[in-house]
Design a protein around this ligand. Structure first.
Ligand code: NDP
Ligand code: KPL
Length: 300
């Protein structure tokens, strides 16, 4: 497959690097990462090991963006720009692996070419040209509206060909909202409390995370997605147990002085809830506190 990875930071370099073992991959990245990859290749280290030579560019032409599959791996707040850039080319299928509800921003530019995706691999950039796999997870792809999908099956098969754990999921709407509930519970609370995910195994932080997840499930149901409160809470508990030693991506952003994905996570729950008349006081409070930190704390 001819694959473009748009926004090849940590996650995109890991996934794109592994795909480059079997497919023709172009990474759209920033310098000096892109320059180093173009010159010396990309090293994948940590739990997986590979040295690959994908194409890498900071300024893709429309021809570069004409491909069988484009993966969007920017932070959620860059999804609109990613969608606009990709629309200047002609990708047959576009799939976002970012956290948060980012697909709608892509649909606005790319229409029904957009598939939903989610990833639980862990990735960190070590330096230019090197990405570390910090956790072998799983990728799911599927139609935004759910249902069986030949194109999602084709994408999943291409990922598996390169050794990535990937499945096409006919219940992607539910999976997206369950992941949102996990991120609304874990990311916001760990970032504000400055604790690892495992700290949410104990009250009182656990109770705040559970309330945020339950509210997300209520909003999901108002959107027509069948996600029970108990399932959202159980998903939080499972991820807390499985990633106890992790610093959530939002905690890492706060510690780095970087912008967070609050608008696409807690903020999205609040906004979608308001549209349906569903109260989301916990997510509203978490979003307000994160935005208060952002107003003062961003240094990058
Ligand atoms: N890292 C992980 O383990 C996981 C991450 N995720 C999710 O995946 C998404 C990406 O996370 P992560 O990889 O950690 O984030 P990173 O910030 O490491 O990667 C995103 C990259 O996209 C780049 N980018 C944005 N716009 C452009 C553009 N127009 N041209 C070229 N490059 C661009 C950014 O550059 P710059 O910063 O200079 O703008 C950055 O290098 C997030 O939504 C995250 O929540 C999900 C599961 C696991
Ligand atoms: C699953 C979880 C919460 C793992 O830390 C995550 O997605 C993140 O940190 O963004």
């Amino acid at each position: 497959m001819d694959i473009v990875v748009f926004g090849a930071g940590a996650l995109g370099s890991l996934v794109g690097g592994l795909l480059a073992r079997d497919h023709h991959v172009t990474l759209v990245a920033r310098d000096p990462h892109a320059r180093r990859i173009a010159g010396q290749g990309l090293q994948v280290s940590g739990e997986l090991d590979a040295h690959v030579r994908p194409r890498a560019t900071t300024a893709p032409t429309p021809a570069d963006l004409t491909c069988d599959l484009a993966l969007v791996t920017t932070k959620a707040y860059d999804a609109v720009e990613a969608g606009r850039a990709l629309a200047s080319g002609d990708p047959a299928v576009v799939c976002s692996l970012s956290n948060g509800l980012t697909e709608e921003a892509l649909v606005a530019e790319l229409g029904d070419r957009v598939l939903a995706g989610s990833a639980t691999y862990g990735a960190e950039l070590v330096g230019p040209g090197e990405v570390r796999c910090t956790g072998v997870g799983r990728i799911h792809v599927g139609e935004l509206g759910g249902g069986d999908s030949e194109r999602a099956e084709r994408v999943a098969a291409a990922f598996r060909e390169s050794g990535l754990d990937c499945e096409a999921d006919p219940e992607m709407p539910r999976r997206r909202w369950e992941k949102l509930a996990v991120n609304a519970g874990i990311n916001a609370v760990t970032a504000l409390a400055r604790v690892e995910n495992g700290a949410l195994a104990d009250a009182p932080a656990r109770d705040v995370a559970h309330r945020a997840a339950r509210e997300t499930a209520r909003v999901a149901r108002a959107e027509g997605v069948d996600l029970a409160d108990d399932d959202a809470v159980a998903a939080v508990d499972t991820v807390v147990a499985e990633t106890a030693a992790n610093r959530s991506s939002m905690l890492q952003d706060v510690l780095d002085g970087s912008r967070t994905e609050v608008d696409a996570i807690s903020g999205a729950v609040v906004d979608r809830g308001a549209a349906h008349g569903v109260a989301t006081p916990t997510n509203r409070t978490l979003a307000a506190l994160l935005r208060a930190w952002e107003a003062d704390g961003i240094t990058e």
